[in-house]
Design a protein around this ligand. Structure first.
Ligand code: PEP
Ligand code: MG
Length: 326
């Protein structure tokens, strides 16, 4: 088993019929990046930066953040993508030093980009740190919880201000750095044709997309039976996002838990997903699976699955269609 994995360590992630995708990792701190690298990840598809802000008495400084982002970039070297998500606080994640009003529905409330667009000093500090780190690797910026194109434009306007400040100060950064958004709110899916014109890439956050599509709190066990990434409603949203992005020549990743699920992988491949971001330990098993299936089969199975009616039925169908799934 180990020997089999070893041979896939530094290999590309390619199907039997020669279709290559990118298998990258989700991390929460720079230490995780080393582990992801050791586990065969081709880069980082989601750096959850909120962990740099949590468990401490004050905001991390620009310098502290810069060092953390640079360390991740340098762990993977120039060619490998490092997608750094801007702060996604609120919802289930709180900061001791940032007083926020108690909310009836935190997951429908003041979190992520909504908060960053108000707390512009905090947001600009983070953007400066990320931009500076982009001089040391293939760093990309990703905004979480985008619901409207107005939010994307507002975030990009702040980013443009920060870039202008760095230009004036003569501080280096990658001027061609890609700026993408997470697709984790159904509203964003429905206007993904428009968003794809102004974002450089999408990454589908199924943890939240499932929660918001099914109206089932991801922390509430009483409704966890509705947390169904394989529900046809969710799969149809994913299909829509990928089609709309590809029409504009943009790539689509996924960084929700679904991307590392071996049963979901053939479906996502068949729907045209370009990048799969998962926990480090899932990367090699996913690459081995990719090497045993064909894109042609995956496309056919995905098309059939999306006409089925229940998550269980789809799950069973995919497993029966690909006996190599372990
Ligand atoms: C998601 O919502 O799928 C996601 C990757 O973001 P998080 O789990 O951090 O909310
Ligand atoms: Mg999310």
């Amino acid at each position: 088993r180990k020997a089999e994995f070893h041979k896939y360590m530094n290999a590309a992630s390619t199907t039997v019929d020669g279709h290559t995708v990118e298998l990258v990792a989700n991390i929460g701190n720079p230490g995780d990046a080393h582990n992801a690298h050791k586990n065969g990840a081709e880069g980082i598809g989601l750096f959850r930066t909120e962990f740099l802000y949590m468990g401490r008495p004050n905001f991390p400084t620009e310098e502290e953040q810069f060092e953390a982002y640079k360390e991740v970039a340098e762990t993977f070297g120039k060619d490998h993508p490092i997608v750094i998500r801007t702060l996604d606080i609120g919802g289930d994640k709180e900061l001791d030093y940032l007083e926020l009003p108690k909310e009836m529905n935190p997951f429908l409330g003041y979190r992520a980009i909504r908060l960053c667009l108000d707390e512009t000093d905090m947001f600009k500090t983070q953007l400066r740190a990320i931009l500076r780190a982009s001089a040391f690797g293939n760093v990309k910026i990703m905004y979480p919880m985008i619901a409207t194109i107005v939010e994307l434009r507002a975030a990009n306007a702040i980013l443009a201000e920060v870039k202008a400040e760095l230009d004036t100060a003569g501080i280096a950064y990658n001027k061609n750095l890609e700026v993408g958004i997470m697709i984790e709110i159904p509203a964003a899916v429905l206007v993904s044709d428009q968003l794809a014109k102004e974002a450089d890439f999408f990454s589908i956050g199924t943890n939240d997309l499932v929660q918001y599509t099914m109206a089932a709190d991801r922390m509430n066990e009483k409704v966890s039976h509705l947390t169904q990434p394989m529900n046809p409603s969710v799969l149809r949203l994913i299909r829509m996002v990928i089609e709309n992005a590809h029409r504009e020549g943009k790539w689509v990743g996924m960084c929700g838990e679904m991307a590392g699920n071996l049963v979901a992988i053939p479906l996502l491949l068949g729907l045209g997903l370009d990048e799969f971001s998962m926990s480090a330990s899932s990367v090699l098993p996913a690459r081995v699976l990719m090497s045993k299936i064909s894109l042609a089969d995956a496309k056919e199975i995905a098309a059939k699955a999306l006409d089925m009616q229940t998550a269980d039925e789809i799950q069973q169908f995919v497993q029966d269609s690909f006996p190599v799934i372990e």
